[in-house]
Design a protein around this ligand. Sequence first.
Ligand code: HDE
Length: 703
Amino acid sequence: MSSEHPPTAKQTRLAAHRRDPRDGYLTTDQGIRVEDTDNSLRAGTRGPILLADFHLREKLMRFDHERIPERVVYARGAGAHGWFQVYDGSLAESTTAEFLGDPSLRTPVFVRFSTLQGGRGSADTPRDVRGFATRFYTGQGNFDLVGTNMPVFFIQDGIKFPDLVHALKPEPHNEIPTASPGHDTFWDFVSLQPETLHHVMWLMSDRALPRSYRMMQGFGVHTFRLVNGAGRTTFVKFHWKPTLGVHSLVWDEAQKISGQDPDFNRRDLWEAIEAGQFPEYELGLQLIPEEREFDFDDVDLLDPTKLIPEEVVPVTPVGRMVLDRNPDNFFAETEQVAFRVDNVVPGIDFTADALLQARLFSYPDTQLTRLGGPNAAQLPVNQPVAPVAHYQQDGFGQQTVRQGRANYHPNSLGDGRPVVAGRQGGGFTHFPERIDGMPERRRSQTFADHYSQPTLFWNSMSLWEKEHIVAAFRVELGRVGPRHIRELMVQHLNRIDHELAQLVAAGIGVTAPARRGDNHGRGSRALSQAYGPRHSVLGRKVAIVVADGVDGDTAATLRAALTERGALVELLGPVDGVVTAADGAALAVTRAIGGVGSVLYDAVLVPGGNDAAIALVSDGYVVHFVAEAYKHAKPVGVLGEATTLLTQTQLPMPALDDDGFGEELGLVVQSARGTVGDAFVTAYVDAIARHRHFDRAVDAIAA
Ligand code: HDE
C-alpha cells in the first residue's frame, strides 16, 4: 500500500534495489539454477552428504550468518517511509537548508520508532522512552533528526551514557529484567545522579506508554543551530506533533498487552499505513535568536536535561510529515537504517551541548560493528538521493565500482575531480563559533539545578496524570530491593514536590520526609497530555461484542457510523465464524472474544437483543472484558437488553432521559425504552475521541 502521490526520489532509487523473488527460477547466489532444494546430495539414498553439494553449503552458510548485532540501545523498532514538506518559504531567512526553506520541495523521509531499553525481541509496550528518528533524504544530502518522544534526556554529558545504559539495561549477572526500569541498578544510578530526575519524571508519566506511534510527540532534545546565507545563526529546538493528538495506554493495560500482542505498536503503525490512514506529524520549531542565548535565567540552552517552556518560546509550526509506505523488508530497511547525528546539511549545525557532541562520535562508530564496516552509507536505505562522489574507497561490503585511478586530492590525472565545492558551491561550512577555554573536566554552574524543571513538569500535570506518576513510582521503586535507594529517591522527590514524595513514600514503605521541599509553583500547560486535540476517532479500534440473538440492525448501524469516521471496528463473538441475529440474519464475526483481551481495543460496544444479552451476561469472559475496559477508562456503550451487563459488572448506570439515553464519563447507554439515535452515536463517538475517562471511580471494579 502506498500513497497516491507520485513516488519520492528515494522511492525511485529504492525501486532499483527491490527484487521480487517470484520472478524466475530458484538459483544459488551465483545465479545457477537449483535442481532440488529439499534433498542434500548424498552418496546413495541412505549415505552421507557430499562436500560437493555447494547448494547445501551455501544455504546453511547464509542461514548461519543471518543475524547482525542488535542496536546497543533502541534495539526494537518499526519503520516507515514518507515525505516532509514545509508550509511556506519563511524559514529561508533563517537557514540555507533547502528542504526547510523551499515549500515546493517534497522531501522523502524514513522514520524509525523504537523502545530504548528492551532487546530486539522484547515487547512494544513496556514503560520506556520511545525513539523517534527521522532521516530526511534532502537534495543537499541526508539530515538525520534522531530524537525521542520526550523533550529531555537523562544526562548532561555523553561521557555518562555508558553508565546510564549499563544501569538501565538488564543487570549484567542475570540479564533481568527485560524491558523494565523497575530494578536496583537503574534506581541506584538515578539516586546518585540527580541530573536524571527530569527525564525520570517523564519516564514515570504516561508519556512512557504511548497508545500508538501515531499519537506520540517527537523532540530533537538538543538545541541545534540554523544558519542562513549571511552566516547568521538562530538556535532551534525541533518538535513533532501528531495530528491525532497525544494519547497513552494505562500501565496495567500496557502490561497485559505485552503478553497479548507484543507487537502492539508496530502492528498499529503497519496496519494504519496499509489501511491508508497515514500517520501525520507537524514539525514545529522553537526559534531563539543568537543574541537571546543567555536570556533564560534558569536554563542553559546547552543543557539537554532542560526544556524551554512553550509559553516562553512558542513552537512555530513549519511543515508536515506524512508516513505513507511500509517498508518492503524489515531487515533491509528498518534494521539496516543507520541514523547518524552527525548527518547535517548546510544550514543546520550543532551546538556545544556535551551530550550532542559525544553523539557525533558514537553513531558512525557503533555502525562499524553493527553493519560490518565503513560502507553502511551504501546500503539502499541509507543512500542519499543527493549525488555522492569522494576519494574514500574499499572496506568490507564495498558496492561502488569506482572508475579511474585518481583516488586522491589534489590530482591532475582525474582532471582534479571531484572538486571541492567551497562555500559558494554549497559546501558545508561549519558555523564559526568562537571557542575560548582551557581544557577542564568541569561543568558550568548553569547546569547545576536538577530540581526546578522536574517540579515544573509535576506542577503542569492534571490530577489524573499526577495519580499515574505516583502509581508508577510506587510500582517501579517498589521493585527496588535495597532500602537506602528507595529512601534516597524519596528525598530527591521531596525536593521536587513534598506531596509527591509523601504519596510515593506511603506506597513503598519509606518514612515520608517531614520537611517541605521548595516548589516554585510554576507550570507549563503544554507539558500535559490532558489538553491536546481530541476530535478524531481515526484509527481507534472498537470491539462490538455479539452473540446469537443480537440486535443486528443496531450493530450494523453503529458499525457503519464508526467506520465512516475512520474507526476500525471488529465484531467479537463467542466463536469465530457467524452469529445469527435476532431477525435471523447471519453476522460475520471478526474473531472469537476468548482469543483477545479488551486491552487490544480503545472502546467496547454491546448491542441489545434478548437472547444475546442472556448469553453475554452469563459469560465470565465477556463480563470481565467489559469491566476491564471500563477500569482502563475506555468508552463503553451498552444498548437495550445488554444494559443488564452494567449490573453484572457493577458499573454505575448513568441517569437516563425520557428516551432511555444517558451518558456519564464515557459510559454511554441506550436502554430498551428507546432506539439508537443520533444522541447515542454522537456521545459514543465523542467519548472515543476523548480517549480515556480518568474521572471515573474504578478502584472497586474487579478487573
Ligand atoms: Fe542515541 N544511540 N546515544 N540517543 N539513539 C543510538 O546508534 C548514543 C541519545 C537515539 O532508530 C546508537 O545506530 C550516545 C540521546 C535513538 O536507529 C548509539 C549518546 C537521544 C536511537 C547511540 C546518545 C538518543 C539511538 C545505537 C550520548 C535522544 C535509535 C545504534 C552521547 C535525543 C536510532 C545506533 C534508530 C541510537 C549512542 C544519546 C536517541 C550506540 C553515545 C540524547 C532514537 O550509537
